[in-house]
Design a protein around this ligand. Structure first.
Ligand code: HSE
Length: 295
């Protein structure tokens, strides 16, 4: 059998929700998977990052397929596979391309073995592979997600905000690995910064669930990771300010960056202007950025 699955790109953190909050975007990767009883894997990739993704045993889709088969005790039965990916999610830009690949591999393999695992189990596997849940959770459940990890056990709920929003993403022309962007983070943070984030993350979720727009004005600020990562993304705070000036509710680093994401209410129809403003602000710092407008 061959199965085709589509998995969305995601934006993690959503400002104050470092490693906890995420959202699914309307940009997708497609995976076609066939499991083989003969050893050997054949991997082809088209679209975003095709030239930079390994097509051998290091391939993350293939590793995730094998992870799931091992969990099901079927690795010996299916030692090989044919994999084709069509990628639209930009690679190493902070839109969860690795989470998309992990979830696609797990999901496709799971369907081919008769849906032995439920989505909650897939979330646990995906989190164990990725190391944090905030991209894989929305890639599996959609919408906004809130996740917690307790002694390794992940829990998550997903919800849709009460009002329609537009997401405006500025994708800079340089990649940034999550590993590098995590290496600049401190091991400890000041209490006041923790309070800043706890209050904003709570307010963000409550305001989205309740449909209370006015409380969204100051909730996207972060003190736990963005200040340390700013040096890796020239002009980051200027782009945030430009987005707000053009009508966005707020803006933040998408995941570990370098993409920057702004949030706007759909009924304000300001997404084009916000995108232009973000692009222009990046250009002031000699960064060329592509704008994606998503729901
Ligand atoms: N929460 C993670 C981080 C997302 O900010 O490092 C990275 O994909």
């Amino acid at each position: 059998h061959t199965i085709r699955v589509r998995v969305p790109g995601t934006s993690a953190n959503c400002g104050p929700g470092f490693d906890a909050i995420g959202l699914a975007c309307t940009v997708y990767n497609d995976l076609e998977l066939t499991l083989k009883k003969e050893a050997g894997v054949k991997i082809t990739i088209s679209g975003e990052g095709a030239a930079n993704i390994p097509c051998d045993g290091r391939n993350i889709v293939w590793r995730s397929v094998q992870y799931l088969l091992r969990k099901a005790g079927l690795l010996d039965q299916y030692p090989g596979a044919v994999i084709h990916m069509e990628n639209n999610v930009p690679l190493s830009r902070g839109l969860g391309s690795s989470a998309t690949a992990i979830v696609a591999g797990l999901k496709a393999a799971n369907v081919l073995i008769g849906n032995r695992f439920n989505r909650r189990e897939l979330l646990q596997f995906a989190t164990d592979i990725e190391g944090h849940p905030d991209n894989v959770a929305p890639a599996i459940f959609g919408g906004f997600t809130v996740s917690t990890v307790t002694r390794g056990d992940v829990e998550c709920f997903s919800f849709l905000p009460k009002f329609r929003m537009k997401l405006i993403v500025a994708v800079p022309d340089f990649p940034l690995s999550t590993r590098k962007a995590r290496a600049v983070l401190p091991a400890q943070v000041p209490m006041a910064d923790a309070v800043n984030n706890i209050s904003r993350a709570s307010m963000l979720v409550a305001a989205l669930c309740k449909g209370n727009e006015k409380f969204l004005r100051n909730v996207f600020d972060d003190a736990l990771h963005q200040p340390y990562r700013a040096k890796l993304i020239p002009g980051m705070y200027d782009v945030f300010a430009a987005a707000r000036k053009a009508g966005a509710l707020g803006a933040n680093l998408s995941g570990a960056g370098p993409c920057l994401i702004a949030y706007a209410l759909e009924r304000r129809h300001c997404e084009e202007a916000v995108g232009e403003a973000m692009k222009a602000a990046f250009r002031q710092h000699d960064v060329e950025a592509k704008i994606l407008i998503m729901d």
